[in-house]
Design a protein around this ligand. Structure first.
Ligand code: SF4
Ligand code: SF4
Length: 376
């Protein structure tokens, strides 16, 4: 089982698509959530339970993976270092903004099987979203951890919206040998808060995002043909792996059935973004069995969708909270349908490349539920 551990709600950035939205006027909700959402007002802002309680919980699962999450988890380097030294788990991962990576010792850093670092593409775009100087400091830290012996997976985790040229931004991060990213993932800043009426999302997906996806899928397969290498671009890699194996997928981030999140008070939520949404909690680390947690499934119109087995429902949190209403949600779904079409169109060519020996099915293998939502 995979667990996100929320160490703190605090963050040293105020990104435009994340914390800064709390200070924006919203357009109001066009649709109410199926069940009114209650948020626990007493959830502590910092981890507030005995670590032995966490370790007792984790040791009941022989294949536990622990991913540090926040806020910004490296605001608590003390806790990260202690838990990496002590927790009885199979592997550690971390999702970080990268600014404080230089505060962890190589001994701790080199224990991570995956590090996800948030960057949105070129310096100007990243700094406009995340704050001046962010890009350079993060790149400096990435070079440092590579220099200090970190050889495992390093994922650039992009948030994309109307200011993003998706093809240019992915290529920026993928093509520069200085960055040393092994993988790229991107997530649309869409249907996560009540801002649809402020956005020019529909126009952007038509004129920029979807054409960019088509060109990236073409580049991705061209690269297989020309270089014999499958680039680890998660929104393509995981779904294509399933298309090749003829498999359908549940919610691809794993939330609510393979991936759970431990809140700062020890309660267990289906997803790290469902912080304080106590009616969806599935237990507490004090007495829950990690291998027998209740399943929280995607429901509603997704279950009737023709591509449910490809998409898996995109996002459990959005399906519950419905911040963009029907129209906005359908716009987001249109991007998933477009991705599906691009990948199914590319599928025969990928199969031919495998049959011809240019690439191998094992080139698509990857760690599931590693913090990438997969469906942007
Ligand atoms: S495309 Fe939309 S409706 Fe279909 S499964 Fe995905 S999120 Fe649900
Ligand atoms: S995609 Fe949605 S359900 Fe999955 S981790 Fe992200 S916010 Fe949670």
């Amino acid at each position: 089982m995979y667990f996100h551990l929320i160490l703190t709600d605090n963050c040293n950035l105020c990104c435009s698509y994340c914390r800064a939205k709390a200070f924006e006027e919203t357009g109001g909700r066009e649709e109410t959530a199926t069940t009114p959402i209650e948020i626990d007002p007493f959830l502590p802002s910092e981890l507030d339970f005995d670590l032995s309680c966490l370790y007792n919980f984790l040791k009941k699962d022989p294949s536990a993976t622990l991913t540090f999450y926040g806020g910004e988890p490296l605001m608590r380097t003390d806790l990260v270092s202690t838990i990496v030294r002590e927790a009885p788990v199979q592997r550690f991962m971390i999702q970080t903004n990268g600014l404080l990576l230089d505060r962890l010792s190589p001994e701790i850093i080199n224990r991570f099987s995956t590090i996800l670092v948030s960057l949105d593409g070129p310096e100007g775009l990243t700094d406009a979203n995340r704050g001046k100087g962010t890009y350079r400091k993060v790149i400096q830290n990435i070079k440092k951890i590579r220099h200090n012996g970190y050889t495992k997976e390093l994922i650039a985790r992009m948030t994309v919206n109307e200011s993003t040229d998706i093809a240019g931004a992915v290529h920026w991060l993928a093509d520069n040998p200085d960055y040393s990213f092994s993988s790229i993932h991107w997530q649309l800043d869409a249907n996560f808060c009540d801002d649809f009426s402020h956005r020019r999302f529909a126009d952007w997906i038509k004129k920029s995002y979807n054409p960019g996806i088509l060109s990236l899928v073409t580049d991705w397969v061209d690269h297989m043909e020309n270089e014999g290498k499958v680039l680890r671009w998660y929104p393509f890699l995981d779904p294509m792996d399933d298309l090749l194996k003829g498999r359908q997928s549940r919610l691809r981030c794993g939330s609510g059935y393979a991936n759970y999140s431990i809140m700062t008070d020890g309660h267990i939520a289906p997803c790290p973004v469902m912080t304080g949404m106590s009616q969806y909690y599935v237990g507490h680390i004090q007495d829950a069995d990690p291998q027998d947690l209740a399943v929280i499934s995607v429901y509603g119109e997704c279950t009737d969708c023709a591509i449910f087995g490809f998409c898996g429902g995109r996002c459990l949190y959005s399906n519950i909270t419905k911040p963009w209403g029907k129209e906005g949600r359908h716009r987001v779904c249109s991007t998933v349908k477009y991705l599906y079409r691009c990948l199914t169109d590319a599928h025969p060519r990928v199969k031919d490349l495998i049959a011809g020996g240019a690439i191998h099915p094992a080139d698509f293998s990857h760690e599931k539920f590693n913090g990438c939502e997969i469906i942007p």
